[in-house]
Every structure is written in C-alpha cells, then in structure tokens.
Design a protein around this ligand. Sequence first.
Ligand SMILES: [Zn+2]
Length: 498
Amino acid sequence: MSDYYTREGSSLRNARKRKRRRQLMIRRIAVGAFVILLVALIVLLAVYLFKGKGDGGQTQASQDAQTAEAQSTEPVIDGTDEPGTQEIPSSLDADQIAKAKVLAAQYDYDGAIALLQSQSGYENDAAAKALVDEFTAASAACVQVDMTQVPHVFFHTLIVDFDRCFASYHNKSLMNGYNAWMVTIEEFEKCIQQLYDNNYVIINISDIYQKDSSGNYAPNTSVKLPAGKKAVVFSYDDTAYYCQYMDWGMADRMVFDENGDIKCEYTDKNGNTTMGNYDHIPILIDFCREHPDFAWHGHKGTLALTGYNGVFGYRTEYRMFDNATSDEKAWLDANPWCQRSKLDDYIAEAKVMAQALRDNGFEFASHTWGHRHCDQKSLDWLKTDTSWWLERVGSIVGPTDIFVFPHGSDIGGGEDYTSANEKYAYLKSQGFGVFCGVDGVSYYWNQFRSSYIRQSRIDIDGYLMWRQLDGNNTALSKLGLDVNAIFDRRRPTPVTTS
Ligand SMILES: [Zn+2]
C-alpha cells in the first residue's frame, strides 16, 4: 500500500514538478509573446509615424504641383518646376514644333503629324511622339461635316471712316448704297468675333465639293471638325477698291508691309496715306493668327473678283483708261496709282498679291468683269464679259470654276439648271461649275448635282442687319449673330436698298 503510496507519493511529486515546469513554460511563452508583441507594436508605431511624415511630404508636393498647374500660363523662367508640370523638352527645332501645333489647331492633324515625323531625331524624341499621339487622338474624335448643310456668308469692302461715308457724304444715292451693302471695320470685327465664339470655322467654297476624274461634282466627305464646331463659307465681293469708292472712307488697295504681310493702304480725308488693317483681308489674317482654330487648314474665304477697275486696287485693266471720259481721265491722271503707263507693273504686282493671298488661304472666283445683272443681260453680253474676265482677271489669279453672280442675279430659279439654260451651258463650257446667288433668309441653300453646285450666300451688310433689327426673320439670327451688338446705331435708318 505504502509502496503504492510511496509510488503514489512519488508519482504525485513528479506530477507537481511537471505541473510547475508547465506553468513556468507557459509564463515564459507569455512573456516572450508579450515582448514580441511589444516590439511589433513599437515597429508598427515607428513605421506609422514615418509613413505619416512621408504622406505629409507628398501632399505638399501635390499642392505645389496644383499651384504650378494653376500658374501654368505664367512663363517658366528657371525651369525648376516639379516634373510633370511642364512639357517634356523636345530636341526638335522649336519653329517646326510650333508650326505643327498651328497645323493641328487648324484641324490639319495629318499635316502636323507628317511635319513632326519628317524631322530628324523624331524617332528618339518623346515629346514629339507625345504630340503625335495627342494629334492622332484629336483627329479620331473629329466628325465629318455635312456639306449639304453648310451656310455661306459674304462681305463687301469695309468702311474705314464712318463720318466720311455717312455724315459728310456728297451723293445721297451712293451713300444709301454703301449704307445697305457695306459694314464698318468695327462691325466686321464684332461679327467675326461672334461667329468665332459661336464655334464657326471658315472653309473655302472649293472645300465643300470634290470632283471625280470625269469632272462630276459631289459633296466633299473629307472635311472633319471636332464635335460642336460648325463650318461656314466666307466670301468677299469685288475687292477691286473701285475708283468710285475714293473719297468715301474706304481703302485704296492691298499692299505688303515691311514684313511681307498683306495690308491695305488708306488715304484719309486730309490726303494722308497710311498702311494698316483697313479691310477684311488683313483683319482676318491677324484674327486667324491669334485664333488659328477659326480657319480650317488656314482657309479664309473666296475673293469674288470683277475686272473693270482691275483687281485688289491695282489698275490692271487697260479699258478703264482707254474708255474713260474726259472727267475720268483727269481724275486718273491725278492719281499716282492709276497710270496707264504703269499697266504692266500693276499686272506684275497683282500677280504677286494673288499668290500671297493664295498662300494665306484665300481663293478666287469670277464676279463677272462688268458687275452686271446676269439674269437680265443677254447671252452675248455674258460671252463678251466672260472672255474679258478670263483675259484680264483669270490671267492674273489663275483658273477657277467658281462663279459668283453680281447682285445675286442667278441665271435660274430654284429648279435645277439644265443644258437648255443657254447661259448655264455657256458658263459650263468656260469651266465654271460652282454658282453662288444670294439668300438672306435661309440658313443654307445648297444644290449639289453631278454637273454643278449652287450655293446661296448670306449678305452680312447694313441692309440685312436693319431687316433683322426691324423684326424680320433673317439668316443673321440663324447664324447666332447678335445684330443689336454689331449694328452701328449712328447709321442713317431705315436702311433701304433704293
Ligand atoms: Zn458685287
């Protein structure tokens, strides 16, 4: 029993020893675990504190970046801005990069991309490649323009000196005419600003159509613009600076300034001649330099030219000298830029001006040689007049298939032209296939046929502005023009056409 007890006693002691060892081990494990936990907590705390400090630094950096972005219109002087807040520098020629950006602004993305890719070093230039990616994406986002729904606006020569034209006039009938058909420089500038603000983009008449190898016309499908932008055709009537305009406060002629830019000469009421933006052509060139996105591929419109007083203010027509009355001869003789002896010089200068206009995105149309009503005059008159235009104007400005009817005198009604229309058949035989009349009410009126195109034009002038102000529904409001803000209230009113 005792043995048993002893054994039992011995086994009890052993059991107690084992229990103590177990408790000791558990305490050690607990202490160890506590120490590990404590160390882990300290490490976590340290990491947290360190990371928190890092986050604070990043917040400051992003604030700096935002500030830099907000100030990105400021010129970068020291180049120490945070990376990513300015463009990657390019090793390519800065002028070529700038040129590519202008082309892209004019929606000529293909031209901009081709220009960049043609530069030596392009393959290794991250900045140029980023630009190409940007232009490619912008091009892909563009929408095809429906040429059957494009409006067309036109202007006459602008009035430089309001008082000279409307206040101190010397012929009421002529004054009424200028009041009806002209706008002032200020009115023109407001008008193009409003059209630009209304998301219009200028295209040329020749942009609205394409021709196949047989000469058949169809709407052009290759003009694309960003969504929300709208195409509008611009044209300018006459641009001859007729002798009749002298003393009425309008420009004398187009000239080049010392930089080779197209300007106009203007002789004021005191006889002083200066050079400047005295008509729509130089005004629009400067406006589009500032806003290249106003001119699709840089196109700025069509000059509808007559011939009887020459072109662009250059007296290139010998008939005006040879057929002048004695009064007219005296006036011409007294005018330094109306000399029969300088005819060949005028023609040479006008050819240079025509090329400069083409280079600036303008194109040319016939407005007839004599500016007569094509609907009322005979077929024989049209034949003689057209031959004179081709001989005296076409020889200076080059071939064109665009014919702009003077006074909107279309040779047909709204129905299709057919070969039974002799005037149409004759003009077609002389290479003309695009015909423009006038419609001041419709937003657009386009007739696309395989053998010809007709497009009506909206006259932006004193007459249509007055009609709009007088409560009539005109195309001006359909273009989104705020005539109230454009029309010069000093004009004699009502503005009439008689
Ligand atoms: Zn005209």
